[in-house]
Design a protein around this ligand. Structure first.
Ligand SMILES: *Cc1c(COP(=O)(O)O)cnc(C)c1O
Length: 409
């Protein structure tokens, strides 16, 4: 870690990986296998970070590894179309009916940045509504009251974002229909899009209240704003068709990432064909990428989605495992869980948005995190992140986890 800190800010290549406390600093990982991580010091951990969501089938899942191996010998990048890109687009659009057309990019950040540009280009409007505690990647105009690492580090508004960019964003409390109505009443015909994590993962797991997403869709329709579901975390995670399948909503645009790459860097944005047809080269909204649709990432994602499509029982299995883990919660802890996404909130009542999430006892959470780490269980190191279960978390791993949770004092 000392070597890393000299050369890499904070010693990590993404802030959420950093932590401090009685159990020390970040572990350097040598390899992963199934539900386990192995560090360079010879320790192993049952992994509930799962690379922050992508590894829904665990580390080194054989069909994904085989797919990567089978294409690596044919070249790593061509900068020209390949047939597998069509196949991946077919898998995504058939799993998620609102995705009539899709463009592949390299990260969730790129997907949300592009979806926002498309929404602005299509509507000819500039303003965006987002929600406090939601994180949509490190897009300038979306780093306003953002969750994830910004929430953890207590950075309300990052340096480096021009005020003019931040002013194009209205940040509202999540789960408040009244706040949304008021914003539309004040700015209705200037709002290009509402972007939301349909189930929030980035202030810890926070589900939508009944009827909230439906009200959001109705308000967007009424005022001519586009509804963007940021499903980078929830896509192919809370169900095969994502949160939009789970809650029965058809957004205008959606973004995907994490699970769709099977652990390689790939993401996607897409939605209504009349909107996506406006993207260059078929339209005048510009978006591009040298490595977009990278052959290794596409092969990995394709293997992942095809396996999930033919093994949907995986979702019941991981949901059950997550239920067993959350049922072991210490007394007085608030548990939020949607499928295999979960968070233990310490020292607070029901958590329905950032106002309630931020009152959590982060010192107590930190003690819990380090207790589990010492017992070989690796949770996300922040109160404001969701944990994930994979299909590789077998009964024995879950039993060990439950015991570790129960032994926390
Ligand atoms: C992780 C995440 C992103 C950003 O994706 P990156 O690949 O890290 O850029 C965007 N939105 C949501 C909801 C996420 O969970």
């Amino acid at each position: 870690m000392e070597r890393a800190r000299k050369l890499i800010p904070g010693g990590v290549n993404s802030p959420v990986r950093a932590f401090r406390g009685v159990g020390g600093s970040p572990r350097f990982i040598e390899r992963g296998s199934g539900c386990r991580l192995f560090d360079v010091d010879g320790n192993s951990y049952i992994d509930y970070v799962c690379s922050w969501g992508p590894l829904i089938l665990g580390h080194c899942f054989p069909p994904v590894m085989d797919a990567i191996r089978s294409v690596v010998e044919t070249g790593t990048s061509f900068g020209a179309p390949t047939e597998r890109e069509i196949e991946l687009a077919e898998e995504i659009t058939s799993a998620v009916p609102s995705m009539e057309m899709v463009r592949l990019v390299n990260s969730g950040t790129e997907a949300t940045m592009s979806a926002l540009r498309v929404a602005r280009g299509f509507t000819g409007r500039d303003l965006t509504i987002k929600f406090e505690g939601c994180y949509h990647g490190h897009v300038d105009s979306l780093l306003v009251k953002a969750g994830s690492g910004m929430a953890t580090l207590g950075i309300a508004d990052t340096a480096g974002v021009p005020r003019a960019f931040a002013e194009t964003t209205l940040a509202l409390p999540y789960n408040s229909v009244e706040a949304l109505e008021a914003a539309f009443t004040a700015h209705g015909n200037e709002i290009a899009a509402v972007i939301v994590e349909p189930v929030v993962g980035n202030m810890g797991c926070v589900p939508p209240l009944p009827g909230y997403l439906q009200a959001m869709q109705a308000l967007c329709n009424k005022h001519g704003a586009l509804l963007i579901f940021d499903e980078v975390m929830t896509g192919f995670r809370v169900s095969f068709g994502g949160a939009q399948e789970l809650y029965g909503i058809r957004p205008d645009l959606s973004t995907f990432g994490k699970v769709i790459g099977g652990g390689l860097p790939i993401a996607a944005y897409g939605g209504r064909a009349d909107i996506m047809s406006r993207v260059a080269p078929s339209g005048n909204i510009y978006q591009a990428g040298t490595l977009s649709g990278n052959p290794l990432a596409v092969a990995s994602g394709l293997a992942m989605l095809r396996y999930l499509k033919t093994h949907k029982e995986v979702y019941q299995q991981i949901d059950r495992a997550a239920a067993r883990i959350t049922e072991a919660a210490p007394e007085g802890v608030t548990v939020n869980r949607v499928g295999s996404m979960f968070t233990f909130f310490f020292g607070t009542g029901p958590v329905t948005g950032w106002d309630t999430a931020k009152s959590a006892d982060t010192a107590r959470f930190n003690a819990f995190f380090h207790h589990l780490l010492e017992n070989g269980v690796y949770l996300p190191p922040s109160q404001f992140e969701a944990g994930f279960v994979s299909a590789a978390h077998d009964e024995a791993a879950v039993d060990t986890t439950v015991q570790a949770i129960r032994s926390f004092r």
